[in-house]
Design a protein around this ligand. Structure first.
Ligand code: GP9
Ligand code: MN
Length: 615
């Protein structure tokens, strides 16, 4: 032991560099699922943390002749803390921490009830050395034992050299790396976690000034990427919902696999299954929400823009001008707009953002009678939520657009036994087993809502747009879904699970299953066309699902895409039907569309470009 402490004392800088490097590499291979397909990729992961780690430690001695072991230790702890924060975050979201996510924690309550579940006993291994090193450093500090710093020039040269080397190699491998910095997995693979965090901080600093520098010329540039100005195709259903009230219902965490799926011989969603018989049922719609979860889905539907690469637009840009559904419908057809939600008004910053989106009224938790008995998990249970909403709905001035957010089917999917009308599934994953019961509860709530709407004679004049807001079962728990469905866990079956149901029910219309491939963002244009609104000068990326070209890629926020035939995910191009990796050139055009659209959408949001052309 004495020998070890002496050894550390003499080589304290080297020891800390090696320890942090080792930990970073081990975590990169064991916790992060990086797209590593060759020995070269693996070698890069070994090399990329060293330069930046050296530079970070080097900060401690540039203004001193002797090393401050305490300072080194503090830097070590901070970097280790950052690494561990990413481990925990990644376990749940399969994503890396961004500055925006940290800033919005108070809007969304952090990881909530799930945090404890994210710890693993093995994590202690990451910290055992801290005790030993801490002890040595404490002793060194007391004895004022400050070793001389290494040759600063040589040290800086090596550190910066390794950093530049890492960057050059990364750019040779992927010339679009910095342009597509929303692809965090690719960034972390190529540059390492710490360099990724630096880029992230730089973006955090850059984005507030983008608004100040934006002008009308940006509008022209952005418009050149937009398909919305193209000639619109005619289709039979155009305008069938003209003048009708439009009710949007966001189904919390509801994935398409539950539709028509049985568990122990019982349908999970009997009401939805019946409803889709008389509705337009879009069964190939992918969840495009990003870190803003429900709020991202709301944002896409209301504006036809993509979510931001990090954080939620609701939190980051609540005071922008938007060309959103409430404004468009008010201007074109004199609609009013109201939002209904049984959670706090400030969650996801909705109270501010709903004003910018153009809602006239927002009924939130404070407008409902919420007790311990009628709430669970995040707030009011869906059945009392719909029941109590009816009075409010009845008093809206028509035609209206009403937006309901359900809540009960939220992770970790808690529900008292008396509310469970289907038994939990019996897979090896508890989260999935419970999910079945909360989805069924949500289905019962929908059924109740339709009963009430019919009772109050509001059914005939209304169009119902019902959609799953985003996935509910994260990758971490997906094994349970594969058990339930009897499927294998492959890249393509994971992609398939990213589908959410989209159901548009127009009373009196015959049902139709529409298999076009699309995404949540397309709900915006689809609804407008059904209401008969077109020929507006528009600046968004939504495509009408009735006429959508299957060749147009559905773009995910990390830059991956899917079409009816191909998918580009995790750095590889797939033929979906053959379930095979194909030549990556096959996906190039789609990826270019993705880059252009994501870039233009970010410009619109971060530059607040609608202020130049009006709502
Ligand atoms: C809560 C609702 C659900 O208000 O937004 O939470 P989310 O799915 O966004 O985490
Ligand atoms: Mn949600």
């Amino acid at each position: 032991m004495r020998k070890l402490t002496l050894l550390i004392e003499r080589n304290v800088l080297m020891t800390l560099i090696i320890l942090l490097w080792l930990k970073s590499v081990i975590i990169s291979f064991t916790t992060f699922q990086l797209p590593l397909y060759s020995w070269f990729d693996i070698m890069i992961v070994f090399i990329n943390p060293i330069g930046i780690i050296m530079i970070m430690f080097g900060l401690s001695f540039f203004w001193r002749k002797r090393l401050s072991p305490l300072m080194l230790f503090i830097i070590y702890l901070l970097l280790l803390g950052l690494l561990y924060a990413n481990v925990l975050y990644y376990r749940f979201y399969i994503d890396f921490v961004t500055v925006s996510v940290l800033l919005q924690l108070n809007n969304v309550g952090g990881l909530g009830p799930s945090t404890v579940e994210l710890f693993s006993p093995l994590d202690t291994l990451l910290f055992v050395d801290v005790v030993v090193i801490g002890y040595v450093i404490f002793k060194m500090n007391r004895k004022k034992n400050h070793p001389v710093v290494p040759n600063k020039k040589r040290y800086a040269f090596t550190g910066v050299g390794l950093l530049v080397f890492t960057l050059v190699i990364a750019l040779i491998q992927n010339p679009f790396l910095l342009q597509t910095d929303y692809d965090r997995e690719e960034l972390v693979k190529s540059l390492g976690l710490y360099n990724y965090q630096l880029i992230n901080i730089a973006n955090g600093v850059k984005s507030p000034v983008m608004k100040a520098f934006a002008d009308e010329a940006d509008v022209k540039e952005v418009q050149s990427y937009i398909q919305g100005n193209e000639e619109k195709d005619s289709f039979q259903e155009f305008g069938i919902a003209e003048g009708k009230n439009v009710v949007f219902i966001s189904l919390e965490s509801t994935q398409n696999f539950v539709v028509n799926q049985k568990v122990n011989g019982k349908e999970i969603t009997p009401f939805l299954n019946e409803l889709i018989q008389d509705s337009f049922y879009f069964n190939n719609i992918y969840d495009q929400a990003a870190q803003g979860k429900t709020s991202d889905a709301e944002f896409m539907i209301n504006t036809g823009l993509y979510p931001l690469p990090s954080g939620s637009v609701f939190v980051r840009r609540p005071n922008n001008e938007f060309q959103s559904l409430p404004y468009i419908l008010r201007e074109e057809n004199g609609y009013t707009a109201a939002a209904f939600h049984g959670n706090d008004a400030s969650f996801w910053n909705r109270d501010d953002m709903y004003r910018s989106i153009g809602f006239d009224t927002f009924f939130s938790k404070k407008d409902y009678h919420v007790t311990e008995e009628n709430s669970v998990n995040y707030g009011l249970k869906d059945i009392p939520f719909f029941e109590q909403s009816m009075e409010k709905l009845l008093h809206l001035s028509e035609p209206y657009m009403a937006s309901f957010l359900t809540l009960t089917n939220h992770f970790p999917f808690l529900l008292e036994e008396e509310d469970q009308s289907i038994s939990p599934a019996n897979t090896s994953v508890g989260v999935v087993n419970r999910y079945v019961t909360t989805v069924r509860y949500e289905d019962e709530a929908l059924k109740r809502f339709f009963e009430l709407v019919k009772e109050k004679d509001m059914y005939e004049d209304t169009v119902f747009v019902i959609y799953g807001d985003h996935y509910g079962i994260s990758k971490k728990y997906e094994a349970g879904v594969y058990e339930l469905l009897g499927q294998e866990d492959t890249e393509m079956s994971h992609l398939e699970l990213q589908k959410v149901p989209v159901i548009i029910h127009v009373p009196g219309q015959e049902g139709k299953k529409i298999e076009t491939v699309g995404g949540t963002i397309d709900i915006h244009a689809t609804v407008l066309e059904l209401i008969g609104v077109r020929d507006r000068e528009q600046m968004n990326f939504s495509r009408n699902l009735f006429t959508r070209d299957n060749e147009a890629p559905v773009v995910f926020r990390d830059g991956s895409i899917v079409t009816d035939k191909y998918a580009y995910v995790n750095g590889r191009c797939y033929d979906k039907h053959k379930q095979q990796v194909v030549e990556s050139n096959t996906c190039n055009d789609y990826l270019e569309t993705a880059r252009n659209e994501l870039y233009a959408s970010d410009q619109i949001i971060l530059g607040d470009l609608f202020r130049f052309i009006g709502k």
